[in-house]
Structures are given as structure tokens and as C-alpha cells.
Design a protein around this ligand. Structure first.
Ligand SMILES: *Cc1c(COP(=O)(O)O)cnc(C)c1O
Length: 322
């Protein structure tokens, strides 16, 4: 077995240097309407405006930038139907290496096309009869590809932490910070930045109500596995936290909250109407939790990580109800 090395804030700093000139330094947006409604000063870190539409580009690029020349020649393999696929494909193209992405045969055409558009080879599998991790491992072994998982990897975690680092460097220390949670790459990376740059800040992970495995894990002290949750938050339909992400979350995160699909839709509609921001359902988890915590954040300085904006226009309209 490999030994577990947890990333530190120094790794987030190194990742930020690697990302310089490749990732956008995304804007931090404020809204007087939100501030008045919540009685707090709220700062939205807009990773929906990141390259390829989500923070996932940060972790993927950081991981791929650390490949040896041999690893680069052979290329990368990833399994994902969502933002990690596109982030890995784009990072590979920018770094001039081949990418193979394993996607379910019923993945949305738009996502398959976007991934192919970044020059990646897409391998389809049947999600009901085949095991994507096994396919990924087989491809890696057969062709010498390096497998990069969506969250459970030190370089991915360090890369994801650069968004929170930018936020604190721009706005200074905060009293509370709300971060979407799937497998925990974004939350654990954000935790490293938070504890280094704003140590007293209350840090909350936010996951879909239908799949609160992270909340159960934090409260029970061991990684809890659940069935794939049914929720519109497709970026957080993970079944369990990672071996690397969980210990950091246990050490550095104050609590894990949940948001319902209806709350996410309300936030999507609000952000589009009042803030002119297109946010995907998963990207609204932090905002939804900040609204729930209104009583606790009165008069406080609050960060909300908006994690992504990749949602088909037709789907967006269907959800917000026109
Ligand atoms: C992947 C993803 C998440 C969850 O990130 P984890 O690192 O898996 O916790 C949240 N929001 C969006 C938009 C994502 O793509």
C-alpha cells in the first residue's frame, strides 16, 4: 500500500504558482440586495467564471503540470461525466499531452462534445454493467497512462485550494465561509487556505440533502458510504469522501450542512435575476447554506464559493421554471 501524504498550505501556494497565467483569477462579486437580505457582508468567489466553467480546471492542471516527461508522453486518463472530464481534457491540451476520458454511454451529449472539443479521446462504458474505475485502471496499465481521480489526490486538492487562497488574499479574513462538497477536493483544499489565511473563520462544507454522506462521516468519525443520491446537484452525487480529503475535513472543517434541490433552484433563479450569474445547481450549495444560516451570520463577513456554471440552457430554464 502507498503511504498517505496529506497536502499542506505550502502545496496550495506551489499550485498557485503553477496555475499563474493558465487559470483565471476569478472575480469576487458582491450584491447589495444579498447583503441587505442576509444582514451580512457576502463575498461570492465566482468559479463559474473559471476556464471550462468550474474550479475543477485548477486541480486537474496542477496534477498534470507535475507529471514527469515520461508520464506526459503517455498521457492522462480520467473517469468522469462532469466537470473533472472537461478540466482534465483542457489541462492536457494546454500541457500538450494526450488525454483519455472514460464517460458513461448516457452522458449528456453537450458534455461529451465539450470533452472531445478539448481534444480528448472519449471511451464510453455502460454504467449499469461495467465498472469505470476498472476500465480506467485497465487503460492506464495497458497504455502507461497516469490516472487522475476527481478529488482523492494531493495535487488535485492543492489545486482546488487556490480559489479560496485568492479569495482571502483579495478580501482579507472572513467570519464564515461556505463551500460546496462532493468528494471533498474543493472543501479540503479550501480548508488548507482558510486555516493559513483566516484561521478563526468558521468553515462549512455544504452537500445535497439527498446525499449527506459527508455530514454523517464527520459526525461518526469514519467515512460513510451511501448509494448515488438523487439530486439535481450532479457535481456532488458522490458516494463517499476520499482517503486524503476526509482527514483534512475532520481536522479543519467546523461543520457540514445540507441544502435541498428546491433551495438550490431558488438560488439559481436569484443569482441569474439579481446578480446576472449563471450557476449550476451544485454551484449554489454554498449560497443556499448561507441563506439558511442568516441568524448566525448577522453583521459578519461571509465567503460563498460558487463552484461552477455548467448547466445546459434548456435544463436551466426547465429548473427555474421560466
Ligand atoms: C466537482 C464539483 C463539486 C464538488 O467538488 P469535490 O471536490 O468533489 O467536493 C462542486 N461543484 C461543482 C460545480 C463541481 O464540479
Amino acid at each position: 500500500m502507498t503511504t498517505l501524504t496529506l497536502p499542506t498550505f505550502a502545496d496550495v501556494q506551489a499550485a498557485a504558482e503553477r496555475l499563474q497565467g493558465h487559470a483565471h483569477k476569478t472575480p469576487v462579486i458582491t450584491s447589495r440586495t444579498v447583503n441587505e437580505a442576509l444582514g451580512a457582508e457576502v463575498f461570492f468567489k465566482c468559479e463559474n467564471l473559471q476556464r471550462m466553467g468550474a474550479f475543477k480546471f485548477r486541480g486537474a492542471f496542477n496534477a498534470l503540470a507535475r507529471f514527469t516527461p515520461e508520464q506526459r508522453r503517455a498521457g492522462v486518463v480520467a473517469f468522469s461525466s462532469g466537470n473533472h472530464a472537461q478540466g482534465t481534457a483542457l489541462a492536457a491540451r494546454l500541457l500538450g499531452m494526450p488525454a483519455t476520458i472514460v464517460m458513461p454511454h448516457d452522458a449528456p451529449t453537450a458534455k461529451v462534445q465539450a470533452t472531445k472539443g478539448y481534444g480528448a479521446q472519449v471511451v464510453m462504458y455502460d454504467r449499469f454493467t461495467e465498472d469505470r474505475e476498472q476500465i480506467g485502471r485497465d487503460l492506464a496499465q495497458r497504455h502507461g497512462y497516469t490516472l487522475i481521480p476527481p478529488y482523492d489526490h494531493p495535487d488535485v486538492i492543492a489545486g482546488q485550494g487556490t480559489a479560496a487562497k485568492e479569495l482571502f488574499e483579495e478580501v482579507g479574513p472572513l467570519d464564515a465561509f461556505f463551500v460546496p462538497l462532493g468528494g471533498g477536493g474543493l472543501l479540503s483544499g479550501s480548508a488548507l487556505a482558510t486555516r493559513a489565511l483566516s484561521p478563526a473563520c468558521k468553515l462549512y462544507g455544504v452537500e445535497p440533502e439527498a446525499g449527506n454522506d459527508g455530514q454523517q462521516s464527520l459526525r461518526s468519525g469514519a467515512i460513510v458510504r451511501i448509494d448515488t443520491p438523487k439530486t439535481i446537484a450532479d457535481g456532488a452525487q458522490t458516494q463517499y469522501l476520499g482517503q486524503h480529503t476526509f482527514p483534512i475535513i475532520q481536522r479543519d472543517v467546523d461543520d457540514i450542512l445540507t441544502a435541498s434541490d428546491a433551495e438550490l433552484v431558488a438560488c439559481m433563479a436569484f443569482a441569474a435575476t439579481r446578480m446576472k450569474l449563471v450557476i449550476e445547481p451544485t454551484g449554489c450549495l454554498g449560497f443556499a447554506a448561507a441563506r439558511q444560516m442568516k441568524a448566525q451570520i448577522q453583521g459578519r463577513r461571509v465567503g460563498v464559493l460558487v463552484s461552477g456554471g455548467n448547466v445546459d440552457l434548456a435544463r436551466f430554464c426547465e429548473l427555474v421554471g421560466g
